[in-house]
Design a protein around this ligand. Structure first.
Ligand code: SME
Length: 157
């Protein structure tokens, strides 16, 4: 496994297309979930430099903070609370254009303006969520959803 990422400039689609096989390479041959979550955060931070990129894992019916890149964050989130807890309860990806308009949004950082949360589904059970926050309003769209869901699929293979 090469430990150096090749960071491509270009459209969002081109950036994901360049990054996806590299993430696949990082995950290949490593079975430890935490190691893989940590490297996915690192790779996405290097490529996109979003404010916060991280995982929460379901433990005793709560989301508990896992590997991340970015400022310190809240450590525990209940089901149905905030964007993360709602994505968990609904078992679906949530794209939030403006976090201030999301009822119950948990503001870990006042710099965060938009957010995407992808549930980690294993055998139809949510085992965690992948949360990304941006300093820009409306920074996430269907392209992000498509590729980030692919990345989550690779993690859970
Ligand atoms: N904003 C999230 C909480 C997690 S932090 O953004 C890292 C939410 O509302 O679920």
């Amino acid at each position: 496994m090469a430990e150096d990422l090749h960071i491509l400039k270009g459209s969002k689609e081109e950036q994901y297309q360049s990054l996806l096989p590299q993430i696949q390479g990082l995950l290949e041959g490593e079975t430890d979930l935490i190691a893989n979550l940590a490297n996915v955060c690192g790779a996405l931070k290097e490529q996109f430099n979003w404010l916060w990129i991280g995982f929460y894992l379901v433990k005793n019916d709560e989301l508990v903070l896992g590997p991340f890149q970015g400022p310190v964050a809240c450590t525990r989130i209940k089901k149905g609370r905030g964007v993360c807890g709602t994505a968990w309860a609904k078992a679906k990806t949530l794209v939030v254009e403006n976090v201030e308009k999301f009822p119950g949004h948990i503001a870990c950082s006042s710099l965060s303006k938009s957010e995407i949360v992808i549930p980690l589904l294993k055998d139809n059970v949510v085992i965690g969520v992948f949360d990304i926050d941006s300093v820009l309003l409306n920074d996430f769209d269907e392209t992000d959803q498509l590729y980030l869901e692919k990345i989550v699929e690779l993690i859970l293979l």
